[in-house]
Design a protein around this ligand. Structure first.
Ligand code: DQA
Length: 148
């Protein structure tokens, strides 16, 4: 199995941005954590991060042509605004797990809206880096038919 770990705007600034909310670890640390975990689960991971909405749509469409099995996606602020990203996830029909480092549902009201959620097979929010490894586990089970 091959998964795309897709991250939206400002996730490349982990460790610098609001460490009280997002922690002191960096985006490189996040990639290392997910890579190490993926090895133990025997899955392949590709990473992509962009601050641009259209580039994220392009990455989702590219995943379709690359026959990516699942997407682990933190759309960051575009979670709360982007119908284009929702449409892209719906268009490719690749099982997609929504992930947020912070617990978006217990923050500002505008973060409680998630456009992507209706197209996601699961959401992990507020678990920090662990949300990404939980998403790896979920996708493996989902693709093996253990979760409907
Ligand atoms: C985030 C939460 C979003 O509301 C915010 O815009 C982000 C990160 C998270 O991982 O907690 O940039 O998706």
């Amino acid at each position: 199995m091959k998964f795309l770990v897709l991250n939206g705007p400002n996730i490349n600034f982990l460790g610098i941005r609001e460490p009280g909310i997002y922690g002191k670890s960096t985006y490189n640390d996040l990639m290392q954590t997910v890579t190490d975990y993926a090895v133990t689960r025997g899955v392949e991971i590709e990473f992509y991060q962009s601050n641009c909405e259209g580039a994220l749509v392009d990455a989702i469409q590219k995943a379709y042509f690359e026959k990516i099995d699942g997407i682990i996606f933190n759309p960051a602020a575009y979670t709360h605004t982007s119908i284009a990203i929702l449409d892209a996830v719906k268009a490719v029909s690749i099982p997609t797990v929504e992930v947020h480092l912070s617990d978006v549902d217990s923050r500002e009201d505008y973060r409680k809206i998630s456009y992507i959620r209706e197209a996601a097979v699961a959401t992990f929010s507020g678990h920090g880096f662990k949300g990404y490894t939980m998403a790896v586990d979920f996708l493996i089970d989902y693709l093996n038919g253990a979760i409907k």
